[in-house]
Structure formats: structure tokens, C-alpha cells
Design a binder for this molecule. Structure first.
Ligand code: A2P
Length: 307
């Protein structure tokens, strides 16, 4: 686990977390999958108001605590503020709503889901251009800081922020962001962002660590020949190579599997390491961002064209 420097009482974040973003190809039951993950040793769970998984996650946590599998203090639960609530006066009520849905007293981490503001109101995905408004990041961050002071969240952070946007946030934050959750995987390695976050004590959480969930096309990470060769050489799976690489970068990551065997496989990445030669080959993997953002049309300056 890694220490969240700006959190209440320097809390620790387990390196591996289980994602719960909607995957429409996956018919399994979120509640059952979370309970199985807790049985297997997962302690870190990621959700968002936008995912529709808060209720199921909350029910699973409640059940796991009731049957004595785990205590609340052992769990690390993250949720995220949706773009329609990216308004200073809506932040605390959105967080309280997530807490009610999750049946929790506090979150371990609350993130701004996207650096995008949409008109308050009903959730829609993707967000239409006419729904967009200017983002009052300073006001929103102040409201998040207040939520941390009130104990509603032990730590606060952001998601999908570029270096430029983090620099802006750091210029006025009283409580610096503890985490930036972004797409990161072997096919989108983001070295500059990793270096920046490391230098500024911001923990990165990698979503789509296997680059599979949100895509319907070829998987440039797991199906890459370089990754397959490394996996064969170590007697591991491609998924384990993807996750081991993230672990060696000092980031936290959210593999999502609702399958018992793959869930277990994704936790078995600790007793081996990548070689120098593996790293040389990894540096040759073609880089391309998979996630273009939650709006339609795509926003040109969303990522400030960094990599
Ligand atoms: P499943 O639930 O059937 O295991 P991403 O990291 O890009 O979000 O990818 C998540 C997807 O990857 C899920 O659909 C999950 O499917 C699949 N997945 C998770 N772990 C593994 C694994 N070890 N090997 C192959 N596929 C996996």
C-alpha cells in the first residue's frame, strides 16, 4: 500500500483495487463479485456516482462486514463526483448522496471524475456540447477540501487531469490532491505524468490497466506480441505482465474482473519482476490513448495534448 500524504492521518491506499465501472458485456452480479473479491483479499474498491455500481458495492460491503469477512477500517473505498455536480454548491450534497447509496459514513477517497462541468441535472452519457459550462475548479476544490475537513472523505483527489491542470490545481489548493486517477497501461504509459505526480506526491491510480474494459477493438496491451513474449518467458499471463509493470512504476491500479480465477490471477503479481530486457521491449510498444473522454463531440483541450 502507498501513503496518501495529504489525507487525514496519512492513510494508506492498497496498491491493487477492484474497479466497478459498467461493462455492458459483463452480465455478472457486482454484489457477488465484490464479496468474492473481499474473500480473495481485495481491500480497495473503486466506484463513481456515474457507474451505477455504488448500491451493489455498498450492499456487498455491508454483507461482508456483517458476516465478519472484513471491517470497515480495513477497506479503502473511492467514489467520484460526476460532471453535473461539478459546481461548488453541489459537491457536498453529491458526496452525501454517494455515502447514502453506499451505506457508508465516510469515503476513503473522493475524486473529481473529469475536469469538465456540465449543467446541473440529470445524468447523461456522453455529455452533449450544449450541456457544457466553464469549470470553477477553485470553487469545487474548496468544497472538496471542506468535505475532507468534515470527515466525509479521508482524502480528496482528481481523475483525468493533465499535468497542466494539476499545476493549476496545486497553485491554489490548501489540501493538495492525494490522487490522480487516469488511464494508464502498457499501451498508454504516460511517463511525463508519472514523473510529475511522483515529484508532487500525487499517487496515480491507473484505470483500464489491462486496456480491455471500455474498448471493443483489439487490445493493444494484453494482445501485444511484446507482452505475450514477456508473459511466456516468465510463465505468467499477459494480464499479469500488464499489472506487474504498473506495480513497478509505483502506481496503484484497478483491474476489474468478475471472474473468480482471473480475479485471483490479478492479485498474483508480487513474487517476480520484469528484467531490463523486458523494459527495452516494453519501450517499443506503440502508444495511444484509449479513452477519449465523456463528451460528444470530444473536447480538444481535455488532455492538453500531453503524454
Ligand atoms: P472478466 O470480468 O471476464 O475477467 P480493463 O483493465 O481495461 O478495465 O479491463 C477489464 C476487463 O478485463 C474485464 O472485462 C475483465 O473481464 C477482463 N480481465 C480482467 N482480468 C483479466 C485477466 N487476468 N485476463 C484476461 N482478462 C481479464
Amino acid at each position: 500500500s502507498l501513503v496518501l500524504k495529504s489525507s487525514t492521518a496519512q492513510r494508506r491506499m492498497p496498491v491493487i483495487g477492484m474497479g466497478s465501472a459498467p461493462d455492458f458485456t459483463c452480465k455478472s452480479d457486482t454484489r457477488e463479485a465484490i464479496i468474492e473479491a473481499i474473500k480473495q483479499g481485495d481491500r480497495h474498491f473503486d466506484t463513481a456516482a456515474a457507474y451505477g455500481s455504488e448500491q451493489a458495492l455498498g450492499e456487498a460491503i455491508k454483507e461482508a462486514i456483517e458476516v465478519g469477512l472484513v471491517s470497515r477500517e480495513e477497506l479503502f473505498v473511492t467514489s467520484k463526483l460526476w460532471c453535473t455536480d461539478n459546481h461548488p454548491h453541489l459537491v457536498a450534497s453529491a458526496l452525501r448522496k454517494s455515502l447514502r447509496t453506499l451505506q457508508l459514513e465516510y469515503l476513503d477517497l473522493y475524486l473529481i471524475h473529469w475536469p469538465i462541468c456540465a449543467k446541473p441535472g440529470k445524468f447523461s452519457f456522453p455529455i452533449d456540447a450544449e450541456e457544457l459550462m466553464p469549470l470553477n475548479l477553485k470553487g469545487i476544490w474548496g468544497a472538496l477540501e471542506e468535505c475532507q475537513r468534515l470527515g466525509l472523505a479521508k482524502a480528496i483527489g482528481v481523475s483525468n487531469f493533465s499535468i497542466k491542470k494539476l499545476e493549476n490545481l496545486l497553485s491554489f489548493a490548501t489540501i493538495p490532491p492525494a490522487v490522480n486517477q487516469v488511464e494508464m497501461n502498457l499501451a498508454w504509459q504516460q511517463k511525463n505524468l508519472r514523473d510529475f505526480c511522483k515529484a508532487n506526491d500525487i499517487i496515480i491510480t491507473a484505470f483500464s490497466p489491462l486496456r480491455k474494459g471500455a474498448s471493443r477493438g483489439p487490445n493493444e496491451a494484453m494482445d501485444n506480441d511484446v507482452v505475450k513474449d514477456i508473459a511466456d518467458a516468465h510463465g505468467k499471463s499477459s494480464a499479469q505482465v500488464c499489472l506487474r509493470w504498473l506495480y513497478e512504476q509505483g502506481v496503484t491500479f484497478l483491474p476489474k474482473s468478475y471472474n473468480k480465477e482471473r480475479m485471483n490471477q490479478n492479485l498474483q503479481i508480487f513474487n517476480w519482476s520484469l528484467t531490463e530486457e523486458d523494459y527495452e521491449n516494453i519501450s517499443q510498444i506503440k502508444q495511444q490513448r484509449l479513452i477519449s473522454g465523456p463528451t460528444k463531440p470530444q473536447l480538444k483541450d481535455l488532455y492538453d495534448e500531453e503524454n
